[in-house]
Design a protein. Structure first.
Length: 156
């Protein structure tokens, strides 16, 4: 009986070891693969606090068309809702008052795209703040650009 338990114990320890290695490898792979995004997010938030006056951050978005922008959403010290649009390549940070434009939900509604796989990200194109509304399905990706200030469809 003791010999059977020893073999069983070895098998259990071996399986436990394999599971620990697999989980550890997965965690390390995840951390390495998401490092650039996490690093850029931390840097964008730092810039938004320093140059746009955002004190409390509520959201972060990534917009990539002709150029890549990071949008940091939050509130100023006087509780005004602000959005900092930060070019990845450097340059001037654009600060928008959320009250002077439409929300992401409104942009999604205007776009005509619907479903659970619809998302919106704010960025700049030719100096104009735009919501990029995107719907990802198994077969395709649909984009609609909606003006932040006027709510007009800019490109379909």
């Amino acid at each position: 009986m003791a010999k059977g338990q020893t073999v069983r114990s070895k098998i259990i320890y071996l399986l436990l070891f394999v599971v620990i290695i697999a989980v550890g490898g997965s965690v390390i792979t995840y951390l390495i693969s998401t490092y650039p995004y996490r690093s850029e997010k931390v840097n964008a938030i730092r810039l938004a606090r320093k140059y746009a006056g955002i004190e409390t951050v509520s959201d972060f978005e990534y917009y990539s068309r002709d150029k890549t922008y990071y949008s940091v959403f939050g509130k100023s010290s006087n509780h005004e809702s602000l959005i900092a649009v930060i070019p990845k390549s450097g340059g001037q940070i654009v600060t928008l008052k959320a009250s002077e434009g439409i929300s992401s939900k409104k942009a999604e509604s205007i776009s005509g795209l619907s479903g659970k796989d619809v998302s919106a990200a704010l960025g700049l194109q030719n100096g104009e703040a735009l919501w990029e509304v995107k719907k990802v399905t198994e077969n395709e990706v649909e984009y609609v650009l909606v003006g932040f200030k006027d709510g007009e469809i800019k490109q379909n």
